[in-house]
Ligand binder design. Sequence first.
Ligand code: PLP
Length: 469
Amino acid sequence: MDLQTFRRLGYQMVDWIAEYYEHIEKYSVLSQVKPGDIRAKLPVSPPQKGEDMQKVIADLETIILPGITHWQSPNFFAFFPANTSLPSILGELISAGLGVQGMLWATSPACTELETHLMDWLVEMMALPPHFKSDSTGGGVIQDTASSAALVALLAARERATAYRSNEHGCDGRLVAYASTQAHSSIEKAIKIAGIGRANLRLVDVDATFAMCPDALEQQILKDQQVGLVPFFVCATVGTTSSNAIDPLRAIGAIAKEHNLWLHVDAAMSGTAALCPEFRHILDGIEYADSYCFNPHKWMFTNFDCDCFFVADRKPLIQALSILPEYLRNKATESGAVIDYRDWQIQLGRRFRALKLWFVIRHYGIEGLQYHVRRHVELAQLFASWLEASEDFELVVRPPLNLVCFRHRGGDEINQRLLDRLNQSGKLYLTHTRLADKLVLRFCVGSTQTELRHVQAAWNLIQKMAEEC
Ligand code: PLP
C-alpha cells in the first residue's frame, strides 16, 4: 500500500468510524446472529492474491457488522462497560501508526517515560497514596487487563512470602490466599496460573451488602496458621462484578498488615470514581494496599486494553518478574537510571498504551472526566429511584455508584423471560447475576454517550415488557 492510498483509505476509515458513532443507535445492541453465522459468510481459504480494500470495507459492513455487539451504544447497560471515546480512538490510531514495541526504555524512551508520568498524574488525580508514585518506593505501570494485574501482584506476593525462593524452587503447597466469595473470577485464575493451587484459595464470607466480612477473614487466617499453612495474599475488591460491593479496605488492610499478607485491591471498574472527591470514600484504607489496579478501559473513556496497576514497593515486583538475556542488555538498563517495564509484567513486548490515555486525559481534563463519571452515577441513581417507587420491581442492594441490581418481584422465571425479551429486542442490553440465590438483573450506566433519554427509554421498555411477561 503506498502512502497516497493509505491517506485516502485512512480518511475513508475515519469517516466510517464517525458515521458509525453517528448512527450507532440504529443497530441491535446485542448481536442477533447464531453460532457459525459469521464464519459461514467467510471464504473457506485465504485470498491467493491481494484484494481491493473497497471489497474488504464492503465485507466489513455486510459480514462483520451483523456479528458486532455494540459496546459503545448508549443503550449498552450490560456487564461492566468497556467504554471508549473519540480522543482515545485517535490515540490508538497514532499508537498503531508509530508501531512501537516498548519492552525496554531504550526501545522507545517516550513510551516508558510518558507512561511513568501519566501513572504519577493519576496518583494525584485520584488522591492515591504518594508511595504509588515513581519518585517514591513504588510506581505505576499499564497492564493489559485487571486479570494480568492480579497475576503479577500474586507472583510478587508469592516471591516475597518465600524469601524470593518460589521462582527458583516452586511452592511447597503451604501458601494460602484470600478473597471474598464475590471476587472476580480472574483472582481464581491467577491463583491457578501462579501455582498456588485452587485448594489454597479461601473464599471469605460477605455481609448483607455483599462486601467481605473482615472478621471472617481474620478467623480463616488464624485457622490456616494453626494447621501450619502460610497466609500470604488477600485480594479486596472495590466494586464487585456482581453487585458493585465495596470491600472495607481499612479493616482488611489492618488484618493484612498484622499477619503480613500482601493486599491487592481490585477496583477494575469502580476505581475511576476516585476522580471525584465525593466518591473517594470507596478507597478508604487504600494506603494499606501493596498493589492496586483499576481499568481506564472500563469506565475512563479509554479503549480496551488499559489497566493501571500501582505498587507500594516496586522491588518485589521487579525481583519476581525480571529476566535479562544477553540480547536485551543495553547501556541504559545497566546504568540503572531507567525503568524497563518488561520487568513489571508477564509479557516481554508491550504496546504504547499510554498514548491513548494521554489523549483522553488531555482532551477531557480532570473536570471533563469528573463530569462524565458524575453523570453516569446520577443516571444510575435516578434509575434506582424509579425502581424503588415501582410496585413491580425491587432494588436488590443499594447501588453505591453506577451499577443497579434489581429484579421483578414475580420470581426468577419472570426475570429470565424479561431479560431474554429485552435483549432480543435489540433496543438495549442488560446482563444478570445471582445474589442470595436469586436471579438479579444488572443495569450499569457507563457508556460514554449514554444520556438521560436512554435511561428513561430503557426504564419504559423494562416496564412495558414486564407487563407482557
Ligand atoms: N475485576 C473485576 C472486579 C471485574 O469486574 C473484572 C471484569 O469485569 C475484572 C477484574 C477483569 O477485568 P479484565 O478484563 O481487565 O481482566
